[in-house]
Design a protein around this ligand. Structure first.
Ligand code: ZN
Ligand code: ZN
Length: 258
């Protein structure tokens, strides 16, 4: 089955990324993707957009060229006592949030510290996806992290870039994480982590790992917009209602599997 969404992409609003919102919309439409998300970096990252970037995303169209776009953030996980750099007010503008560990904001410490920080981020209730947890610079206690994700209804991201171009050495850890998610009967989000529009929707390597271990396709929440929006509704996000008419018009046999 085709993977029809992408929950992780950066625009020119993060200066180490190179594409505009419109370039992403066009590329997604050309590729037959049904939904993607803009998730620029949270305020503590050196090249993050000003916080107003997030508050003003309402000016962006929900749908363009037949493709839907979600308004997101890739928040930074912070050292204790703070958890993430996205407060309630900022998150009230967002359709969802990813939380990730990034070296410029959180210098690596040890597995116990990284594990606790990830869990604290998920326990805020403000994020829905744990971003690229397979980074070898941040060893973690995988089972503890996945259990906390399940307890807090947070998806574990299987980041395609981690296999292809970023965070070298991630691949075996990402597979171990995927196997742990399967064993604990939890759910994942597959995403490209695009920094340029040409790669939007590219999750082929992540998808091949899902196939290789026989991970249940029904537990890939990002497989289609219906499943993803249904998940966001569980988090009280109104975007599911805003896109309900558009959703009905999509050709999605998998809607019955929600
Ligand atoms: Zn990241
Ligand atoms: Zn990213």
């Amino acid at each position: 089955m085709r993977h029809l969404t992408d929950t992780h992409a950066h625009t020119v609003a993060s200066t180490h990324a190179y594409s505009t919102v419109d370039e992403y919309f066009r590329e997604a439409a050309e590729k037959g993707l049904q939904l993607f998300s803009v998730t620029d970096h949270g305020p503590e990252m050196p090249d993050a957009p000003h916080p107003w970037h997030f508050g003003n995303m309402r000016v962006l169209p929900r749908i363009k060229y037949g493709v839907a776009m979600l308004r997101g953030i890739e928040a930074n996980i912070l050292p204790e006592p703070r958890a993430i750099d996205a407060n309630e007010t900022l998150m009230s503008f967002m359709d969802f949030g990813i939380a990730s560990l990034h070296e410029p904001v959180f210098p690596p410490v040890d597995a116990k510290t990284h594990t606790q920080a990830m869990i604290a981020a998920m326990e805020t209730g403000r994020i829905q996806i744990l971003g690229h947890p397979g980074n070898p610079n941040y060893p973690i206690h995988i089972e503890e992290v996945v259990r906390a994700a399940r307890d807090n209804n947070v998806l574990i991201e299987i980041n395609n870039s981690s296999f292809v171009s970023s965070r070298s050495g991630s691949a075996p850890i990402c597979v171990e994480i995927l196997e742990t998610v399967q064993r604990l009967d939890w759910k994942v989000a597959l995403a490209s982590d695009s920094h340029v529009h040409y790669t939007i929707g590219d999750v082929d390597v992540a998808l091949s790992k899902v196939d290789a271990i026989g991970f249940p396709e029904a537990q890939v929440v990002t497989m289609n917009p219906a499943r993803l929006l249904g998940f966001l509704k569980e988090h009280g996000k109104s975007v599911a209602d805003e896109l309900s008419e558009w959703l009905k018009a999509q050709d999605m046999p998998a809607i019955l599997e929600m």
